[in-house]
Design a protein around this ligand. Structure first.
Ligand SMILES: Cc1ncc(COP(=O)(O)O)c(C=O)c1O
Length: 296
């Protein structure tokens, strides 16, 4: 990240808004020591906060799943998000909302932690270069599998992203843009930080969350758009074969948007359904505004 980008970010921390580069977390915070916490990545649009209630709900469930409670509850978290967005003041951006277990002992026992720490960072959107957005990105299949739900449930957006980071590193080392991740059974789960969709004829399919995908809110929006456009949408098990036999493949995320996939493991992915993907992308731009909640 360039200095210019990090300089302009701000963060809500300990009740104050500061330049993100000056925000500090205590070394004994278990979020820092162990990745003990949960987070959200939220898009800010010209109309407000995209799917605000859905983000708060997903965060609340994730926090409950790991037994993390915040002083003041989710109402306080909501008002921190509002305050940060207002202080950010720009009409487009990306929020990183973090709930960490808080300061505790050096050992991992969460019972040693005091109050949970809330942090909200506001940043600009990072966009793909236009030629990349047009051509699509190159994926490799990671050798690392997404963990099963009884190991570390991928539906919990936890601060434990080492599995995803190592997959992304593998993609970097192999000269690709990102990694496709399979589950232990070899079915497609998701990409390192995005959900995968395949367009085949009139079918728009995405891996079921039980196959190791986060229930992405961009994913939810794409499924709604798919139904509105007359696609047969399905959440089901997909293999690498389904990506090679599709008419187009793309991935979705709050930060990434909707991005076409050009190749997987060095073999081209068909692009013949691009016009249909463009219809979905166009409607997605409208939904970004329609589903945003004003914070004024
Ligand atoms: C592992 C993973 N999958 C999928 C997504 C996409 O989710 P969303 O559309 O809610 O941003 C993300 C987003 O960060 C992610 O980290």
């Amino acid at each position: 990240m360039s200095n210019a980008q990090s300089e302009e970010m701000i963060a809500w921390i300990d009740g104050a808004i500061v330049p993100a580069r000056q925000a500090r977390v205590p070394v004994l915070d278990h979020g820092f020591l162990f990745g003990d916490g949960v987070f959200e990545g939220i898009r800010v649009t010209t109309a407000g906060i995209f799917r605000f209630d859905d983000h708060m709900r997903r965060l609340e469930i994730a926090a409950r799943t790991i037994g993390l409670e915040v002083d003041g509850g989710m109402e306080r978290v909501r008002s921190i998000v509002r305050e940060t967005t207002l202080a950010w003041g720009r009409r487009e951006g990306y929020l990183r909302l973090i709930l960490s277990r808080g300061v505790g002992a050096l050992g991992l026992d969460p019972a040693s932690c005091g109050t949970a720490n809330v942090i909200c960072i506001a940043a600009g959107m990072v966009r793909l270069p236009p030629e990349k957005a047009e051509r699509g990105i190159d994926l490799i299949t990671s050798s690392l599998r997404r963990p099963a739900g009884d190991v570390l449930d991928p539906r919990v957006k936890s601060l434990n992203y080492l599995n995803n980071i190592l997959a992304k590193r593998e993609a970097n080392l192999r000269g690709a843009d990102d990694a496709l991740m399979l589950n232990a059974q070899g079915q497609v789960a998701e990409a390192s930080a995005a959900n995968v969709f395949v367009l085949t004829g009139n079918c728009l399919d995405t891996p079921a969350c039980s196959d190791g995908a986060l229930e992405g809110l961009t994913r939810r929006t794409v499924l709604e758009i798919g139904s509105d456009l007359g696609f047969e949408t399905q959440e089901r098990s997909l293999g690498r074969f389904d990506l090679f036999s599709a008419d187009s493949v793309f991935y979705s995320g709050s930060r990434a948007g909707l991005v076409p996939i050009a190749s997987l493991d060095g073999s081209p992915i068909d692009q013949s359904a691009r016009p249909r993907l463009e219809e979905i992308q166009a409607l997605f731009q409208k939904r970004l505004i329609e589903l945003s909640v004003s914070i004024d």
